[in-house]
Unconditional design. Structure first.
Length: 65
């Protein structure tokens, strides 16, 4: 009867650590940016073309009558 391999498994992906690292990197990158600059930066990082294209166009403001 074959026995199970007793080698240790490779470390599993640590999603919490990866998320924390991503958040710290984003915080450093966007530090000092205005809200509009941050929104443009996030849109430029998107892989969705419709969102990415909005980073290149100025945001429309509402005109109150």
């Amino acid at each position: 009867m074959p026995t199970k391999n007793s080698q240790t498994k490779a470390a599993a992906f640590d999603a919490v650590a990866a998320s924390r690292e991503w958040k710290q990197t984003v915080a450093q990158t966007t530090a000092g940016m205005t809200m509009a600059e941050r929104m443009a930066w996030f849109r430029s990082q998107s892989s969705i073309p419709a969102i990415r294209s909005r980073a290149k166009t100025p945001r429309r403001t509402k005109i109150h009558a």
